[in-house]
Write a new protein. Structure first.
Lengths: 322, 332, 304
């Protein structure tokens, strides 16, 4: 891959709480090429959201990125960057879209205020010019009557509309990378489809790389070029979408795919992965999935490493080739 | 919206009528105002004459009707002691009290708000712990005690110890200027010298409440998603706190400040007594102690009216500040 | 689901709720300091006759020659030292403060206890009865709470006249509404819980359900309100006495002592007002410091 937009190596983000150290992200490696869509899939507590926040440097105490982690954005190391540099990057070169659009827009400020301030935070333009750019962004995401919308307050919008506004804000400075954290989870299925379509179109058109964080494999199957599956703070499988969906190697991924309802499963009981995600404060030694895995053996008491069992297809399992 | 305002105003009138009746009946029962005004060795005839002159020989309900009739015309009777119309006395001294109340409101906001926001931003710093302890002192120490201490410090002890320390006056109001027929002292330097200590005394309680409220709201708002999103957009901390957080804090602060303003005017009674500030509060205390019934009744009616209007204004203000509320009411 | 991932490890040894409350409370040194202040105040108040160097109400023991003596003066007959000076009637300030604290605390505690009892009863009845009675009672509570307590107390006292009993009545009337509202709020939460339904099904008498079952669960918030109200009551009584409408001159509370000394403030005999003021502040601040921490500790969210 030619110089990646984002290269994450050995990212470890730990939360130092009174009850112990929660290792939310514990050794994550991946790369995203320019214009590529990477789907980051996992359950709640897998560390996918924390990974997204770590990239933007938005981890609040008691959490922090531990030494030895590296996040290189276009060759620039973010973990050691000065706060002022990070602030300049956020919103301009790396943008983020959050899960719940109602809470991400400040309810007491108008939409145009919130968009104009984003523009003016990074370039010195007049208010009028900033408003023009905001309006253009709204048009780009397909919001009708943008002038009226600009003067409105967030609660006057529907959920899907608000999320489009959030996407518009993310696109204002034509970022090289967008981290989208479950942007469609709070929306209707139909709206979800529209948003996915828009997102894909925009990425193709502008060459923006995207990390799409989700717990729903189905959502990302049609959208992403590559998928990384996370479990208990680590990546357990990573590869091209088609490979992951059709020839999954890790038992967890297989479980995920099997539990998605589809034409094939109609009339049958949905497969479930037994058990629950372990507490991040008390991770078991060895493979974290061991207690729920149908094919666990003694060797699994030793933590497996992420190996490229097939070209471009990595898995963290001793029995992956099986 | 108009219907709402009218309904509230009618409620106000009802409350005022009830209050005035209660107060009138109650005050009628205490003591004999005549004894206060006549020398002890006056004859019974003299007493009777005074009683008739003041209309005190009529049965109570007759007196009440006379009172109501006059009240509708804004006439609350003449003060027993001063001989002047009671309402006139009240209005004469109202500007002084309002001046004091507003000055203290401004002081409490200007000092309390930044401290509260700071305490919310840095919950574990030493500054915050000091501020929070100070706020406990602020709302627990009685008004008059604070006034006393301030007088001792700034009017007695410090000027005595340090020769160049300016001596702040401990009583009275400064030079006034006539503004649109109202006499105000905030436009003169001497006025401020006199206003400062009483205003600070009055501001302490409210300031402490504002500090605690601002801190609590800030702590609620800071972890919200929209603050995190604002950071993700690359906004400066100054903008995040100064605009996003502050606008959310202002709503409860404004509501509480508004409601507390009524309490402030009430507590001005104590402050005015301590500092001999010629306002409506001092008038009330004097009138109560000397059984000057018309003045007390007039004061209460004014206060009730004031409270009701204040509540109404605060309600309207709330709907202006919070866009979520405003639009809902317009739709309904 | 995310929360499950951060579950704390199991607590080592179980504690009784009371012990945990005490240990949580003691974490805050300032609150413990406040508690010490309160203890000192109560001690002084209870043992005033025993520990006062002089009985300031015994006119015979006063020597007018010693009036307005500064702190530290020895009395003219050499029998005692006026540690905190004397007032205009040659009363020893230290003794006057002890007795004054007694009255201040007495009025405070008694009025709060009465307001607590009355207010809680009314609040519980309103919550349990519901409907029109509830609405009516709460209307009254709202009206009472919307007026500044000082004005209400002033008017009441001007109607009732002077005397400690009248002061107590006024204070109770001003405070009961807080307790009523709190008790009703807590009771409403409890009322909807299953154990009340269960008790009703068992046909337990209403009074038993209300007082034996609902009341204990309302206690934490009531205790918190009681401490706050106690400090306010003491401050209010002091204010009223200062204004001249509170306790009579024969039984001076700290507020009255301060009022007596006010006229001497600017002429130099500051101690007549100053030391009673300090004593008052000690009591009030102590209660508030301890009460603040108590509120944090007893917060229902932290209790479960």
């Amino acid at each position: 891959m030619s110089s990646p937009a984002l290269a994450v190596k050995n990212l470890r983000t730990h939360f130092f709480t009174k009850e112990g150290v929660a290792k939310a992200v514990d050794g994550v490696d991946f790369e995203v090429a320019p214009g590529e869509v990477l789907g980051l899939v996992g359950e709640s507590g897998s560390g996918k959201t924390v990974t997204g926040f770590s990239i933007l440097g938005l981890i609040d105490p008691p959490g922090r990125i531990v030494e030895g982690s590296s996040i290189r954005f276009n060759g620039e190391e973010l973990t050691t960057a000065k706060p002022e540099r990070l602030r300049a990057i956020r919103g301009a070169e790396i943008a983020m879209i959050f899960q719940d659009p109602m809470m991400t827009l400040n309810p007491v400020l108008r939409v145009d205020t919130q968009m104009i301030e984003t523009v003016q935070a990074h370039v010195r333009v007049s208010r009028r010019e900033a408003r023009k750019r905001a309006r253009a962004a709204l048009v780009q995401v397909g919001i009708p009557s943008p002038d009226e919308r600009l003067n409105a307050y967030p609660h006057q919008f529907s959920g899907g509309m608000r999320q489009r506004v959030a996407i518009a804000i993310a696109l204002l400075h034509k970022p090289k990378l967008i981290v989208a954290d479950e942007p469609t989870t709070a929306l209707d299925v139909t709206i979800q489809g529209q948003i996915l379509f828009e997102a894909q179109r925009l990425c193709r058109e502008s060459g923006t790389a995207m990390i799409w964080v989700t717990h729903d494999l189905a959502v990302v199957a049609g959208l992403a070029d590559r998928i990384a599956v996370m479990y208990a703070g680590r990546i357990v499988e990573m590869g091209r979408t088609a490979d992951i969906i059709e020839r999954p190697m890790h038992p967890y991924t297989k479980g995920l795919i099997g539990s998605v309802p589809s034409q094939n499963t109609r009339g049958h009981r949905l497969a479930q992965i037994p058990g629950m995600t372990p507490s991040l404060l008390k991770l078991p030694a060895g493979c974290s999935f061991k207690s729920r895995c149908p094919i666990a053996v003694d060797k699994c008491n030793e933590m497996p490493t992420l190996e490229e069992h097939r070209p471009g297809h990595w898995a963290r399992c001793w029995r992956a080739a099986a | 919206m108009l219907v709402y305002v009218i309904r509230r105003l009618m409620q106000a009138v009802l409350v005022m009528v009830v209050m005035s009746a209660l107060v009138f009946a109650g005050i009628y029962l205490i003591g004999d105002p005549v004894t206060m005004m006549i020398s002890p060795d006056a004859s019974e005839a003299d007493r009777a004459a005074v009683r008739t002159a003041l209309g005190l020989d009529q049965p109570m309900w007759e007196q009440y009707l006379v009172f109501v009739n006059a009240a509708i015309h804004g006439d609350f009777g003449k003060s027993f002691l001063a001989g002047q119309p009671a309402m006139g006395l009240i209005f004469d001294r109202l500007p002084a009290t309002l001046e004091l109340a507003f000055a203290s409101l401004v002081i409490s906001l200007v000092i309390g708000l930044p401290m509260g926001v700071y305490a919310g931003l840095r919950p574990n710093s030493i500054g915050t712990k000091t501020i929070m302890t100070g706020s406990i002192l602020g709302f627990s120490l009685p008004n008059f005690w604070v006034g006393l201490m301030l007088i001792m410090t700034f009017a007695v002890v410090l000027p005595d110890m340090i020769s160049w320390w300016p001596r702040l006056p401990a009583s009275g109001r400064g030079t006034t200027v006539d503004v649109l027929g109202v006499r105000l002292s905030i436009f003169t330097l001497d006025g401020w010298r006199h206003l400062l200590l009483p205003a600070i005394t009055l501001a302490l309680y409210k300031g402490a409440l504002i500090v605690r409220l601002a801190r609590a709201t800030a702590r609620e708002v800071l972890p919200m998603d929209y603050v995190k999103f604002a950071r993700a957009k690359g906004l400066s901390e100054r903008r995040i706190v100064g605009v996003h957080v502050l606008k959310n804090i202002m709503i409860p602060i404004a509501t509480v400040s508004g409601l507390e303003f009524g309490q402030t005017v009430a507590f001005a009674v104590v402050t005015e007594t301590v500092f001999s500030w010629p306002g409506v509060g001092k008038l009330l205390i004097d009138s109560i102690l000397l059984l000057d019934r018309p003045v007390v009744v007039a004061y209460l009616v004014v206060i009730v009216f004031f409270f009701v209007i204040l509540n109404l204004v605060v309600d309207l203000l709330y709907s202006v500040l919070d866009p979520r509320v405003r639009l809902e009411s317009r739709a309904s | 689901m995310t929360d499950q991932a951060l579950e704390p490890a199991a607590v080592a040894k179980p504690q009784t709720p009371f012990r945990r409350i005490v240990s949580d409370f003691c974490e805050n040194r300032l609150a413990v300091f406040g508690l010490v202040l309160v203890a000192v105040s109560i001690f002084v108040a209870v043992f005033a006759p025993l520990i006062s160097p002089q009985n300031p109400f015994d006119i015979a023991s006063l020597d007018l020659l010693d009036a307005k003596s500064p702190p530290g003066t020895v009395s003219s007959d050499g029998s005692m030292t006026y540690w905190l000076g004397t007032d205009g009637q040659a009363r020893d300030m230290l003794s006057a403060i002890f007795y004054g604290m007694r009255i201040s605390l007495f009025v405070g505690f008694v009025s709060v206890a009465a307001a607590l009892a009355i207010g809680t009863a009314i609040g519980l009845i309103a919550a349990y009865a519901g409907g029109r009675l509830d609405a009516f009672l709460m209307r009254i509570v709202d009206i009472m709470l919307s007026f500044p307590s000082i004005l209400v107390a002033l008017i009441l006292l001007s109607l009732l006249g002077k005397g400690i009993d009248k002061v107590l009545i006024s204070l109770v009337l001003v405070q009961w509404a807080y307790f009523a509202r709190a008790a009703r709020g807590a009771a409403l939460v409890e009322r909807n819980k299953e154990y009340v339904e269960a008790a009703t099904c068992l046909a337990l008498p209403t009074s038993r359900i209300v007082f034996r079952h609902m009341l204990p669960n309302c206690l934490p918030s009531l205790i918190v309100i009681a401490t706050i109200t106690l400090a306010r009551a003491i401050a209010l009584e002091a204010t009223l006495s200062f204004l001249g409408v509170g306790v009579p001159v024969t039984e001076p509370s700290l507020g009255m002592l301060i009022a007596n000394g006010f006229e001497f403030l600017l002429s130099g005999s500051y101690w007549i007002s100053f030391f009673p003021g300090i004593a008052l502040a000690i009591a009030i601040v102590g209660i508030n410091l301890a009460g603040d921490q108590l509120r944090d500790v007893l917060n229902p969210r932290n209790l479960r």
